[in-house]
Design a protein around this ligand. Sequence first.
Ligand code: KG4
Ligand code: ZN
Length: 347
Amino acid sequence: MYNSCMKILAIETSCDETAVAIVENGVREIVSTVSSSAELHGKYGGVVPEIAARKQLEYIIPVILEVLEKSALKVPKDIDALAVTVGPGLIGSLVVGVAAAKSLSLAWNKPLIPVNHLVGHIYANWIQHYDLKEVAKSLPKLPAVVLVVSGGHTDLVLMRNHGDFDYLGGTRDDAAGESFDKAARLLGLGRYLGGQKLSEKASECKENTLRGQLPRPMMDQENYDFSFSGLKTAVWRLVEKEKYPIDVVACEFETAICDVLVAKTMKAARDFGVKSILLGGGVAANIRLRSRLEVETEKLGLSLYLPIPKLCTDNAVYIASAGYFCGKEKPLDKIQANPSLGILDLG
Ligand code: KG4
Ligand code: ZN
């Protein structure tokens, strides 16, 4: 697509992370920095868009400067292009990254590629950490079924090729990560981004004596959609009314979500006869989900690609990779932040 050693500097500011990275050929991370305002939102029990936007403005220049310094590259000579997340996300946060990327593009006279954040999550699977000569052998085999599970989205997508996606289904209400976070709050495990804490609590459970007590919404339906909002009330009933131990409820909750996510993903893989399954998004860090998918893909003889945990949560490495493989540079006046992009919109 580009020259043989293409370096992209990417900026990601869709929510409460300010992230900048430089990636070579879409697969090799040269340098990556992430600053987060997550702690500030903790006491409010959810992200406060106004605070997130102000912090983006405060962090963006120091993070860009840190990345340039760490990379020891000569700018603008050594940078071939820029990429930036244009959506979905919080508008006040997105505009900070988009404005910064446009400014660099003008100042350095380099092309700018708009990137969809959700497509970015998919490309965490393309980041390699070894000899570039070996890369071709280990890149995900397409077509693939991709499950993107983040705080705001749960999407099942058929990926035929780079930039060639079909939407298969998604959540009709709460996203998987949102559901983890709400359940964590009900279980007293954290007021903000409690998904990981819930998972840690679930791992303390010796035996899931509640197996099957929570619903597996839409699991046996002939579609690729999800619905997780009803699980909250069911979790509340088990803890508040029936006083079951927190670790067992956490385990049954995590098992219920994984049962549904895995069943629908495997159904899509069978129905479309794909070569592999790819996982992306913050919930892709969930150990139970990863190991359940490993078992099921092995049964079907498919390849499974899982991003390394640090690339599951928001960062700019996969934005650079998505920009390299399926982005198209656009004139600066055509690049705008768009908070409500769907996974099929390329930006
Ligand atoms: O992709 P992400 O970093 O942000 C969005 O773009 O939304 O995803 C964050 C979500 C949160 O809901 C967080 O609780 C969840 O991912 N998460 C987890 C785990 N780690 C992060 N959920 C379940 N198990 C985990 N280990
Ligand atoms: Zn994300």
